[in-house]
Design a protein around this ligand. Sequence first.
Ligand code: FES
Length: 162
Amino acid sequence: MSKADLNTPRPPDEAVPPLSRRKFVKAGMAAAGAAYAAALGYPLFRYLATPAERAAALAAVKEVTLADADKLPRESALMFKFAGRPALLLHHADDTWTALTAVCTHLGCTVQFDKDRKAIYCACHGGMYNPKTGANISGPPPKPLLVFKAQILPGKVVISRA
Ligand code: FES
């Protein structure tokens, strides 16, 4: 192709509008920018929306069914989740049952049933709770654990808000 060919105007049917390539590149850059903004913005949106979603999920869950939990041996505990938060089902030596939240009321650590201490124990700062009532009995926890209602049925235990 000679230099003269480059300067020769194209016939009208081959003519490309002068801004079409520029518009195409602009549209591509806008699409890439939108995708980039969405990639950055969505995690931020999820992060900011999470507390509200968590509160809604917590309020929406009214009960949890634990299959075969009725077979839990005496003097033992089963960890489960209630509305996405740790909870404990306890089968006591006298064949009574208790279900309560397993989130320490001090700073939110997960508590555990301590068979030797016969208490619910928080390893973070040594807080202890009564395993039957959830009452805070020693250490820094300022409030009792939230107690759920536990229905012991054949083949399952149904936990619901008390
Ligand atoms: S978080 Fe449980 S005693 Fe501090």
